[in-house]
Design a protein around this ligand. Structure first.
Ligand code: GAL
Length: 333
């Protein structure tokens, strides 16, 4: 009888320990760069919702694109006692300072969507950004295999910009060597926004005194600026343009025929996975099945890289609508 009682108490205790390990409330700090593109608001909302669903707390700060502000916010969250920091870095290199400060307090850092370079970063979650560049260039070169191309790349403060270009160039280089494609403009931008896209497209038109056949714009906001400059030159709709992010107005341009394609990166997947991962890291749990690591210049960082997909006129329903990312009645009003 005594033995049965003992076994029962032990059983209850073990169950209690397991449950408390899973439900132990932690506080996650989330440092966003900005909400300039629609996706980032979604990233934040989904991440916060998932952390709360799983019974933990999350404190959010947004740096409005200013790294000094982001560093201050990191300090504020560390002082507030967060158990883990999740960072969308405003600057790929300087964000190493955040990792240093976090580690001083024994807090680990998960780099969200953008890699933090040259530091002892703990974990990285993103999409395969080289693949995104490949998808863009593959698609555009399949419909425009010869001609003049312009690249308007991403922000220099963001590691994704360089990965994207690697992917684009892996497709373009052989065609450039063959003489089928001439690269007439190739620039990174200061910010991932419309006015930069507009400015660079204007410069491209002025420099070349003629219009390229295709423009690889790094994201949809840049593509919007590119189209504005092309419209002013009465060339809108006559140039192949790609983008990234599957923003609502980009999808509407694809329907209207003024943008050729975009790349959709499922935000629900990255934000949910990141939230679950953040809780495991905060609880010091093992992260199973991580086979990928990415070199950040200082170490091989254990990573999760999610897949993305092409959206063109024909695949809008099968991708962004099927996924619940955008509403059909907003796209085709
Ligand atoms: C990049 C991201 C893109 C785009 C851009 C602008 O890091 O890969 O999807 O959103 O930031 O915010």
């Amino acid at each position: 009888m005594k033995k049965t009682m003992y076994t029962f108490v032990r059983f209850v205790l073990v169950i209690f320990l397991i449950l408390s390990a899973c439900t132990d409330k932690v506080t996650i700090g989330l440092l966003m760069d900005n909400y300039e593109q629609d996706r980032w608001q979604k990233d934040k909302d989904i991440f916060v919702r998932r952390i709360q669903e799983l019974g933990s707390n999350v404190l959010v700060e947004v740096a409005d694109g200013d790294f000094d502000k982001q560093l201050e916010q990191a300090r504020k969250l560390l002082d507030a006692g967060v158990d883990l920091l999740v960072v969308v870095p405003a600057d790929l290199n300087r964000a190493a300072e955040i990792v240093l400060e976090a580690h001083k307090k024994n807090v680990r850092v998960l780099s969200y969507d953008r890699l933090i370079k040259n530091c002892n970063l703990d974990f990285y979650i993103s999409f395969d950004n080289v693949e995104v560049g490949k998808l863009q260039a593959d698609y555009i070169t399949s419909i425009c295999p010869q001609g003049k191309y312009a690249i308007i790349g991403g922000a220099v403060s963001d590691n994704n910009s360089f990965l994207l270009r690697l992917g684009q160039m892996s497709v373009l280089e052989p065609l450039i060597e063959k003489g089928d494609i001439q690269l007439v403009y190739d620039q990174y931008v200061d910010q991932w926004n419309e006015s930069e896209g507009y400015k660079h497209m204007k410069q491209c038109l002025e420099k070349n005194k003629s219009c390229p056949n295709a423009v690889l714009a790094a994201n949809d906001e840049l593509a919007r600026g590119v189209l504005k400059a092309l419209d002013e030159a009465t060339m809108g709709g006559k140039v192949y343009i790609c983008g990234q992010d599957a923003e609502l107005d980009a999808i509407q341009r694809i329907v209207a025929g003024t943008q050729t394609m975009t790349v959709y990166k499922p935000i629900e997947a990255i934000a949910t996975t990141a939230a679950e991962l953040a809780l495991k890291l905060a609880h010091d749990e093992d992260i199973p099945n991580i086979h990928i690591s990415v070199n950040n210049g200082k170490k091989m960082v254990p990573s999760i890289l999610l897949p993305s997909m092409v959206v063109n006129k024909e695949t809008i329903k099968l991708t962004v609508i099927a996924d619940g990312y955008l509403k059909e009645n907003k796209i085709y009003p």
